[in-house]
Ligand binder design. Structure first.
Ligand code: 5GP
Ligand code: ZN
Length: 156
């Protein structure tokens, strides 16, 4: 399931070059072409999934497994002093390539990278209200999953 317009799908299919560091049946890890720091690596699912909202749990687990493996390899190979995992969704979230990817970014003291929140912490919604809204939606998803399990396992 690839997207003909997608540069990461082209890399998966071998139609575009990349410095691949790890590959398995479901995932690919390769060097970012414009690294924020030495060792900056991207991990992607081989299936074209646009962003976090299109993710399924199995693919997410496969991607995270590869992230853990490659992050350990980067730590051993380059001895960074820190490591960030970054994942962006939608244009407003800073996503430029619309094929889900996790950035693994090695960090060193004084590298000048700024990935954290802006200096002024903006709170336009009380934390409790945001938590309440999210909790209601999370509960809905669990209810659907539980209902599916009951049906599939013959409880209903
Ligand atoms: P985003 O901004 O979507 O989170 O990250 C996209 C990343 O993909 C950027 O860091 C960018 O440097 C990287 N990138 C874009 N095009 C290519 C490419 O053709 N090859 C590789 N290896 N990385 C790319
Ligand atoms: Zn793609």
């Amino acid at each position: 399931m690839s997207d003909r317009e997608c540069i990461f799908c082209a890399i998966i299919e071998g139609h575009a070059p990349a410095e691949v560091v790890f590959e398995d049946g479901d995932t690919l890890a390769f060097m970012d072409i414009n690294p924020a720091n030495p060792g900056h690596t991207l991990v992607i699912p081989k299936r074209h999934i646009q962003d976090i909202y299109g993710m399924d749990e199995d693919t997410a687990a496969a991607v995270m497994g590869t992230v853990v493996r490659v992050a350990g390899a980067i730590k051993r190979a380059l001895q960074p002093e820190g490591m960030n995992l970054v994942q962006s969704n939608e244009r407003a979230g800073g996503q430029d390539v619309f094929h889900f990817h996790m950035h693994i970014i090695p960090r060193w003291y004084g590298d000048g990278l700024r990935l954290a929140r802006p200096p002024e912490v903006r709170r336009t919604m009380p934390i409790k209200e945001a938590a309440g809204r999210i909790r209601r939606e999370v509960a809905k998803v669990r209810t659907i999953a539980a209902a599916y399990t009951d049906i599939c396992c013959g409880k209903k």
